[in-house]
Design a protein around this ligand. Structure first.
Ligand SMILES: Nc1ncnc2c1ncn2[C@@H]1O[C@H](COP(=O)(O)OP(=O)(O)OP(=O)(O)O)[C@@H](O)[C@H]1O
Ligand SMILES: CC(C)(CO)[C@@H](O)C(=O)[O-]
Ligand code: BAL
Length: 597
């Protein structure tokens, strides 16, 4: 075992999954040393790189040998065998702290290690984890169920406090029920809400979240404050007729939604019995409801044809000329949101479209590969173009109009009056791509004039671009609100981009060093490191990667895009551009710098 200064422990992680890597990162940020982690899958190895940069990935026995505190963050079902197996091999050490984070078990499962003198502790955070640095902030104030023998209970409590959480002592025997309650609430809520979403979609509602978000938020708030007394709806009104109509309507939606009927019957039955027990409905009313719920469902009446004009057009109208655009806009009363794109649409664009649909009555998407923003030798000619696929992707997303002009329509003549984007356009992307932002702001100004949106949505992935567009709208009084959406990433962290299609499989793998480096920088910032250290950590991770040619990697002020001083506080932006093969990718990560004095 390594020598530890008092209060500073050598922490080993067995199972650097979502929970293990995050908790170890939190322990590291308060001064403990993480001496090793096991990570069998590529995903877990990436997570170690991102959340625990510099920590060696080792075998289980080596981690146990090096650590004074072993975090056992493996699946519940694997825990017992793992502890017993290592005990049989004589690996546990006297005085070693052994901490598992299973909700279901107390410390009994660690008994084979305790017999060898290890100190068993059980701590369970009542939180779901994404396995990224986002979770670190969520640990603050998070209740942790703590179980341990009385003499060592303070150790477990102190550990939770160090993690930022609130220890709540839970008896060993109460843990399975505690865990069942959390799983029932959090996991089955997902099933229930997803059923409501699917049913709304089947009923022709295009954006179920707009209805369910506020309603379910109010219901959750009500039950957490006042328990079941806040219950509303047909059951608590004793309205068996409405319940019968619901069952008939659900049956009419077909076999794909049979599970919804099953849940509805069951939960309405439970709700009826609870309402009866608390005196909110009478016995005859409860009997009528329970009879209705038990009866076979009546045949649904033949469906009436749905209105021809749903509130959101399923397929967008594609217009190619200014005149067609003007006519299309004239038929759209109410507010208007614009999403500007260069096509080759992906889910990252759709996040912009969703935000646009939330903010206005109608949505216009422009698709245009603007020659003015490409320099000589850039990829203007080979930029992917597929209007048909783009329109298919936008169908059913609440997009009313797609404006896809030809070059001659957008620029009938070479423009003589040009937009000057100012100093932010000279650095970073602007330094590598001279004239790029002048070209972007030229086309943005033109499309704003043609579409006259109330709000335009841009992605944070092109951070410098959206900052410049915001300044354009402000300085020229364009009367357009500029909204930004966070960067949408693939499951492995790579920022979505139309240019990702240029990457070969091997290049795509190498490109993952980009999000890994940014995540390492963000983790360092969250751990309170200063600007210089945050940038250094990011550079180290990127520098260690093969096959990536850095264009720039900077930590800048998110408004001026100028480098931050080493002791800067407040918002910063880690921004980078790099070539992987012949493809140039950009990405960035907002950070909050709060260096401790
Ligand atoms: N991953 C993403 N998440 C959120 N928004 C995005 C994402 N990718 C692009 N956008 C936004 O969509 C809009 C149109 O971008 P564009 O058509 O250039 O797509 P792109 O995928 O960024 O392509 P490129 O490869 O040219 O960078 C911009 O506002 C951009 O910031
Ligand atoms: C805003 C934009 C559509 C202007 O051509 C382009 O720069 C882009 O796709 O980000
Ligand atoms: N996504 C920004 C547009 C460009 O790269 O040209």
């Amino acid at each position: 075992m390594s020598e530890a200064r008092p209060g500073r422990l050598g922490v080993g992680v067995i199972g650097a999954g979502r929970v293990g890597a995050v908790l170890a990162s939190a322990l590291r940020s308060v001064g403990h040393a993480v001496v090793g982690a096991t990570a069998v899958s590529a995903e877990n190895r990436d997570r170690v790189d991102a959340l625990l940069p510099g920590v060696p990935v080792l075998g289980i026995e080596e981690v146990v040998e090096r650590a004074e505190l072993v975090l056992l963050t493996v699946p519940d079902d694997a825990l017992g065998d793992l502890v017993r197996g290592l005990a049989d091999l004589g690996r546990w050490q006297a005085g070693q702290l052994l901490v598992h984070t299973s909700g279901r078990y107390g410390t009994e499962i660690l008994a084979p290690a305790a017999e060898r003198g290890a100190i068993p502790l059980a701590i369970h955070p009542a939180m779901t984890f994404t396995g990224t640095s986002l979770d670190l902030a969520r640990l603050t104030g998070c209740p942790f169920a703590v179980s341990a023998a009385a003499p060592v209970l303070p150790i477990a409590q102190a550990l939770v406090v160090e993690l930022g959480g609130e220890p709540v002592v839970l008896a060993e025997r109460d843990r399975p029920a505690y865990h069942a309650a959390l799983a029932h609430g959090a996991n089955h809520l997902v099933t229930l809400v997803a059923q409501a979403q699917r049913t709304l979609v089947a009923a022709g509602v295009q954006e179920p979240g707009r209805y369910l978000g506020p309603l379910l938020g109010a219901a959750l708030d009500g039950v957490l404050r006042g328990g079941e007394q806040g219950l509303t709806g047909p059951v608590v009104r004793g309205d068996a007729g409405t319940v019968a109509a619901h069952l008939t309507a659900l049956a009419g939606l077909g076999p794909d939604l049979a599970d919804v009927t099953e849940s509805y019957r069951h939960l309405a039955g439970v709700t009826t019995r609870r309402a009866l027990a608390s005196g909110r409905i009478t016995e005859p009313a409860a009997a009528r409801l329970l009879d209705t719920l038990a009866a076979p469902t009546a045949e649904p009446a033949p469906a009436e044809p749905r209105s021809q004009e749903p509130s959101r057009t399923p397929e967008p109208l594609v217009v190619r000329t200014r005149a067609e655009l003007r006519a299309a806009l004239a038929s759209l009363p109410g507010s208007r949101a614009l999403v500007m794109t260069m096509g080759a649409l992906h889910e990252g664009h759709l996040v912009n479209v969703e935000e646009a649909a939330r903010r206005a009555d109608h949505v216009v998407v422009s698709i245009y590969v603007n020659p003015l923003q490409f320099g000589p030798g850039e990829d203007f000619e080979r930029y992917p173009r597929d209007l048909e696929a783009d329109v298919a992707l936008l169908t059913g997303r609440g997009v009313d109009v797609v404006f896809a002009p030809e070059d001659a329509e957008m620029y009938p003549a070479d423009p003589l009056v040009r937009v000057d984007p100012g100093p932010v356009a000279d650095v970073l992307e602007g330094a590598t791509r001279p004239g790029h932002f002048a070209g972007v702001l030229q086309v943005v100004t033109k499309v704003f004039s043609l579409v006259r949106p109330d709000v335009a949505v841009f992605g944070q992935k092109d951070a410098q671009q959206v900052a410049l567009v915001r300044t354009l709208a402000r300085d020229l009084d364009l009367g357009v609100e500029i909204a930004t959406v966070p960067t949408r990433r693939e499951a492995d962290g790579l920022a979505m981009s139309s240019r990702n299609v240029y990457l070969s499989a091997a290049e795509r793998e190498r490109a993952l060093a980009i999000p890994r480096a940014l995540a390492a920088g963000a983790t360092a910032a969250e751990a309170g490191r200063d600007a210089e250290a945050v940038l250094r950590v990011t550079e180290e991770v990127l520098g260690a990667a093969d096959g990536i040619e850095k264009d720039y990697l900077v930590l800048v002020d998110p408004e001026t895009f100028l480098p931050l001083a080493a002791d800067a506080r407040g918002p910063g932006l880690l921004a980078l551009a790099a070539r992987v093969g012949s493809t140039r990718l950009i990405d960035n990560m907002p950070v909050e710098l709060d260096p401790r004095p």
